[in-house]
Ligand binder design. Structure first.
Ligand SMILES: Cc1cc2nc3c(=O)[nH]c(=O)nc-3n(C[C@H](O)[C@H](O)[C@H](O)COP(=O)(O)OP(=O)(O)OC[C@H]3O[C@@H](n4cnc5c(N)ncnc54)[C@H](O)[C@@H]3O)c2cc1C
Length: 470
């Protein structure tokens, strides 16, 4: 580069203004550090994936006035480990779970108001009343109010290191050109996964991944991960897998937000030929929606239909668990519905007849794994199996989308980035989506925002302590 790069001095520089970056910046500020938060997006689009989310948070909790049962730390650890098929880094999971309730209390003190999360889920969770957008706006306001500096359209591009390989800052592109942000305490990478980078997606997830609908921010293009790898950070986690959801197939291709159906377990899912291909009632929907989204992508054209009858459509929870992108397709008979979906009527009628015959008697209870199942049917429906018999029948076209990627950087429980020789890189921290080793294969609903919040706080505190001495 010709000429001097303007440089600015801080204690802690945070790259990214989603939940992880905001929690890192606020915590570093609380610890007395001089903080800069560099956000790649313009002000109106700040907040990353967090702003598109309902931002439900799962955390251990006593039974509450909304009728939720007690959810213990040990249960949450067991859920997160089991859903990763025991591949998640147990130390990171324990750190996440044991700090989750405190983190929610801290967010409450910062002014976040809560409401109960979606019904029919496995673990305890709450949603910020104002959703992810409100969460982001409140935390930016708090950061401004407490003297943190934020810069928009300022994208971290390259880590600055000294002769001992200590990270001393980050070079960014900004509306004023290239700038160096020096950080005496450390740089926190909180700039998302690589889900919005089509080249990285295809390279790591596979050829199919170029056309996935992007649910969240178009700014999460993987630079945080790449710039850490460039100075010797260790890649970790499941680089070939990602978070998906069962989303309305009519969703916009980029930044579609919450268009997921969280009621698919109330009906059946068929492919474009009218055949079932998974057990819709295998587990609570927040333990299946991610893997089902990916299973749908594996069907021809990545397309499928959720089909319901009026026994479910009329329930109050049905509408609460679906934000329509377009009207449902309705018909008074299954054959008519098939024609409207361009499926061979005989095949869909056979699928529904076989399913209806296999449904066993029993009481429906959507709040627990009720064991109301099918018998002699492949694939089975293991819970919540009700006959499809009350017209009009309703279908919603669905596909899978991409929310965030599972592969990232090796990070320890102090949020320090670990190098290829297993040593922490002094001055470099990561939080939220750039972290590997938390999610594998599937995903326990409502775990990513809380992950960002918990590790953001840890990263911010530890980076600040390098300056303030703790
Ligand atoms: C529709 C939808 C619904 C969801 N619902 C939930 C839910 O209810 N509960 C849950 O737990 N999770 C949910 N998720 C997932 C969750 O929102 C995210 O995984 C989580 O918020 C990520 O937080 P983060 O801070 O790591 O990243 P983000 O919130 O994505 O923030 C990353 C930030 O980094 C910025 N950035 C990117 N590159 C750079 C760079 N080079 N320099 C500087 N800044 C950069 C981006 O602009 C962005 O602001 C949902 C996601 C979506 C899209």
């Amino acid at each position: 580069m010709i000429g001097d790069v303007p440089s600015y001095d801080f204690d802690v520089v945070v790259a990214g203004g989603g939940i992880a970056g905001l929690c890192a910046a606020l915590t570093a500020r609380e610890a007395g550090a001089k903080v800069m938060l560099a956000e790649k997006a313009p002000l109106a689009e700040r907040g990353g994936n967090t702003r598109f989310a309902d931002a439900q948070m799962r955390f251990p909790h006593e039974a509450d006035e909304y009728g939720a049962r007690t959810y213990t730390e040990e249960e949450m650890i067991a859920d997160l480990m089991r859903i990763s098929r025991d591949r998640a880094n147990r130390e990171l999971i324990e750190t996440l779970v044991r700090n989750a309730s405190d983190t929610v209390d801290w967010l409450t003190e910062l002014g976040i108001e809560w409401e109960p999360g979606y019904p029919h889920t496995a673990g305890y969770r709450r949603s910020p009343k104002a959703g992810g957008q409100g969460l982001v706006d409140t935390l930016f306001r708090r950061l401004d109010g407490r003297g943190g500096v934020s810069a928009y359209e300022t994208a971290a591009a390259e880590l600055l290191t000294d002769a001992s390989s200590v990270v001393t800052g980050v070079r960014c592109s900004s509306p004023d050109g290239v700038v160096d942000l020096h950080a005496r305490g450390g740089v926190v990478l909180a700039c998302g996964g690589f889900q919005a980078n089509v080249q990285m997606r295809v390279a790591h997830l596979g050829r199919f991944a170029d056309s996935l609908i992007l649910r969240g921010s178009r700014f999460n293009t993987g630079e945080g991960i790449q710039m850490a790898l460039a100075i010797g950070a260790q890649p970790a986690g499941q680089w070939g897998d990602y978070h998906s959801a069962v989303i309305d197939a009519r969703s916009p291709a980029v930044e579609c937000g919450v268009t997921a159906l969280y009621n698919f377990q109330m009906g059946i899912i068929v492919d474009g030929e009218g055949k079932r291909f998974l057990d819709e009632g295998e587990d609570f929907r927040d333990h299946t929606y991610v893997k089902f989204g990916k299973a749908i992508i594996e069907q021809a054209d990545g397309a499928a239909f959720c089909i319901f009858d009026q026994q479910m459509v009329q329930r109050e929870e049905f509408a609460r668990a679906w934000r329509p992108v377009g009207p449902p397709i309705e018909a008074t008979s299954i054959r008519e519905l098939a024609t409207a979906l361009s499926i061979a009527p005989e095949q869909l009628a056979r699928t529904v007849d076989d399913y209806n015959r296999a449904v066993q008697p029993g009481a429906l209870d959507l709040d627990r794994l009720d064991g109301k199942h099918t018998e002699g049917l492949t694939p089975a429906k293991s819970n919540w199996a009700m006959r499809l018999e009350e017209p009009p029948f309703v279908a919603i076209p669905v596909t899978g989308g991409i929310t965030f990627t599972f592969g990232g950087l090796k990070v320890d429980s102090a949020a320090r980035v670990i190098d290829v020789a297993e040593r922490p890189i002094t001055g470099l921290y990561a939080a939220g989506e750039p972290m590997g080793e938390i999610f594998y294969h599937n995903y326990p609903g409502a775990s990513s925002v809380i992950r960002g919040a918990v590790f953001g706080r840890i990263a911010g505190r530890n980076a600040a302590e390098r300056v303030t001495g703790g």
